[in-house]
Ligand binder design. Sequence first.
Ligand SMILES: NC(=O)c1ccc[n+]([C@@H]2O[C@H](COP(=O)([O-])OP(=O)(O)OC[C@H]3O[C@@H](n4cnc5c(N)ncnc54)[C@H](OP(=O)(O)O)[C@@H]3O)[C@@H](O)[C@H]2O)c1
Length: 270
Amino acid sequence: MSEVLLITGGASGIGAATARLAAEKGYAIAINYRTKEAEAVRLVDELKAFGVRAIAVQADISRPEDIERLYRVVDEELGPVTALVNSAGIGSGPARVDESDAGVLHQLFQTNVIGLILSTKEAVRRMSTLHGGKGGVIINVSSMAATIGGRPGSSLYAASKAAVDTFTVGLGKEVAGEGIRAISVRPGFTRTGMTAEIEKDPQRLADISATIPIGRPGFVDEVAKPIIWLLSSEASFITGAVLDISGGGFRLGYPVPPPVTTLSAAAEVA
Ligand SMILES: NC(=O)c1ccc[n+]([C@@H]2O[C@H](COP(=O)([O-])OP(=O)(O)OC[C@H]3O[C@@H](n4cnc5c(N)ncnc54)[C@H](OP(=O)(O)O)[C@@H]3O)[C@@H](O)[C@H]2O)c1
């Protein structure tokens, strides 16, 4: 039996890049998607071309009942998960705290934090040797925003990702004796659908690049490859840890106050 990998928010960006690399390694893969059905179906076809089993499962990670259904479908079609990448995540829109909206805030934390935790709960129930599982690995996709409170206007998003990091560090310790490793990865600004708006504005892209010590944004494979490594037995002594995948984080002296108070959702990522 192959390892069974579930990727939440797996139809695009970092999740999809991870899926492609995981297929090369022989994982059976479940791609969870919320709205991106066409992308998920196309990706699953691509994965199957590697000779692995792959399915696409619609589920909204902000809905607890969807998460339970997602794991039941994976159980039935691929077997219990042995690897999980919680990649589903959203920004908070233009949201300084004095502009924030309770509904948006609720959805932000329901997706980035509570959904991620409930997904992890279902995975632990299947992986933990306490529950008869054979162990597993959980990777939570956080953000460099967590390290500095986010770029200006992104404090709410940053807070949600800081919660992911703290949860993961504690989780790693909680389940270390049950065959499960848990690691949080913190991408810096990485070119995906989340950053597409910024990329349309060359000056803004250059300004952001100037804040990154390596001097450019990351590409999805540069995040996906470390995730694949962390999932593997090569990383068998790593748990309860947080890995920055960020081209050096933020250049000294950053953040510089931006000229606007309402930032696009894209600007919130790391
Ligand atoms: N790109 C960056 O610069 C960057 C930096 C730091 C951290 N991150 C984190 O990396 C993760 C992946 O983002 P990405 O950059 O790869 O962007 P992306 O391509 O937009 O991926 C995010 C995925 O999450 C899905 N998603 C959102 N809400 C969901 C929900 N309620 N249920 C299920 N899926 C949901 C989205 O699908 P729908 O559109 O259908 O909702 C999308 O496929 C996110 O957690 C993000 O916060 C990204």
